[in-house]
Write a protein that binds this ligand. Sequence first.
Ligand SMILES: [Ca+2]
Ligand SMILES: [Ca+2]
Length: 290
Amino acid sequence: MYFRANLKANKIYIDLEFAPETLRNHFALLITNNSIQDLYFKISIDVPNWSVEEPTDGKLGVVPSGGVKQFTIVITRTNPNSEITETGNLILEAYSDSGYTNLVDSDTLPIEIHIVDIKSWDVQGWTFDDGTTQDWTTNGSVSSDRSVRAGGYSIKYVITTHDTEKKETFYIERSISIPSGYSKALFMFYFKWYGKTSPANAAYTELEYFCVKVNGNVVFEWGKYGNVFELHGDNLEEEKPWYKCVCDLSDYIGQTITLRIEFVMHTNGYNIAYLTYDVTWFDDPTLGYK
Ligand SMILES: [Ca+2]
Ligand SMILES: [Ca+2]
């Protein structure tokens, strides 16, 4: 094998709440190039109804000899509007040339895609829409400026800086009992990010990483080899829509666990006259089981 591919999650969960007519899922793929030559990678999906939307034509580009690179893949499907599990493979091909004509190796990665409607299951959920943290412990604060449901609240963390680098971790944590007698337990939450950089060339603002921890152990993570969201450059501003994260907690059915979500935020303004903003909102954590 000339390369090794590490699919960060071979089971993908997509929740149907507020889902648009076209479903999209972002997932991370880590590729290690063990060969003595640079390799150009191409990905396709062999699961009925699904196709690769990003990158264009599935062309990931080069991983240098001896290098490791993380890619974000976006796959898409028409919304089936009901729960379904689909299985198949991701096919990864390695070429020795940038024209993708000389195939040197390939790999097949099994994948399961679960389209779920978690809020139709038995649930415990928290909306913060009474203006409190609802017994979650956090270093953020309850805010009415954004909410998944209009007129409500979310938990927000803000870093602003002029010319000094700041890296801080926004956390939200609580103890949760997952009742016994179920076979599947999924946890989902919504998050949203806003960044604004100062008029200074080197300015940046990032949601660098986030993870879900159970009893201190990471069970889901994103951004370890590249930022989740970022603005690098002067005078940039962007607000992302609400994103949803779903992770599998079936291993903890029947247990009382400490559930903790961490967002690492990193920014530098490089300009004493202007503020750079790095803002994350967290809302609607829900644990569903069936
Ligand atoms: Ca809310
Ligand atoms: Ca960073």
